[in-house]
Design a protein around this ligand. Sequence first.
Ligand code: KG4
Ligand code: ZN
Length: 363
Amino acid sequence: MAAFASEFYLGASSGYTTPIMLVLGIETSCDETGVALYDTECGLLAHGLYTQIAMHREYGGVVPELASRDHIRRVLPLVGEVLGKSGKALDEVDAIAYTQGPGLAGALLVGASVGASLGFALGKPVIGVHHLEGHLLSPLLSSPAPDFPFVALLVSGGHTQLIRVDGIGRYTLLGDTLDDAAGEAFDKTAKLLGLGYPGGAALSALAEKGRPGRFRLPRPMLNSPDFDFSFSGLKTAALTLVRSQENDEETHADIARAFQDAIVEVLVKKSLLAARKCGLERLVVAGGVSANSELRRILSEKAAGIEVFYPDLEFCTDNGAMIAFAGAMRFLRGATPETGFKVRARWDLEFLQGSADLTQALP
Ligand code: KG4
Ligand code: ZN
């Protein structure tokens, strides 16, 4: 932890003394190329996203090598497009933030090398951002933005975590998934139902047509005395159910409904409990699954006294805006720029647990 802190927070020694104004964010950790320009005074100026979903769909999942090659094709044109939309020139950019990890190594390397090269060419500081911090802070791009402290439910394709957030860089992990992430369970169940990749949104749309209560699937760890999750048993129960039933659309819709009801009930109960146990009245939900309308509906129904915040729908899944924003928050607090570039395909959660208190360091 100390290593992380010294690497990112000793801003006084960074040598960059001008206030950061305009941050270019680059996201290439998986299957979306995202670019954005965030102005620390005016907010988000422009963003652009190129999704590779159609390309990976025929393989039933992300093919890492294809992902890297496509990021290479897309990232610079997207930078040009975002600059054009915002009316800014490249040399007006004050700093660059790129996703350093976690993610696919080859895909991350594209954003890292482009970010580092632009920084070198322009003589501007560059910072590597943790993808999960991007998601975690993405609701702060919305209005009204939540004040600190809050409890965050981070539900993406790769993660399902409850985190206490006391400020930028002040994160305490409360609970984690023991196996599959919520988005992964959505995707795998969607695949069983023939909905393609990534199936979360399609499963959710099918579930809307399903009848509640025809099938009941297990709610794993619903009553466990912790904030951990487990979704692999639910996915297996869905598999067994699919195999035992007719293969028609109505049945599939009812199964999708049963699956979504089960997962939503667990996410809602544990998140609200975590907020209450922490004595906090604000809950933030972020990551791809935060786009799920049933999750949003049930949370607002059950929240009673807890205010729930989400990213705008376009910023639930991977995007450049959250990386530009997280980078800007770190630069504002004096983060040390990178020298050279590196990626971290696996970037441990120790980063999120008790990283340095940055809230006091704002200019
Ligand atoms: O945050 P994200 O873009 O990627 C990771 O960082 O992992 O999340 C993608 C995940 C996928 O598993 C996708 O199926 C899921 O978010 N997802 C949804 C919905 N939209 C995206 N899951 C449920 N309901 C949705 N509406
Ligand atoms: Zn993500």
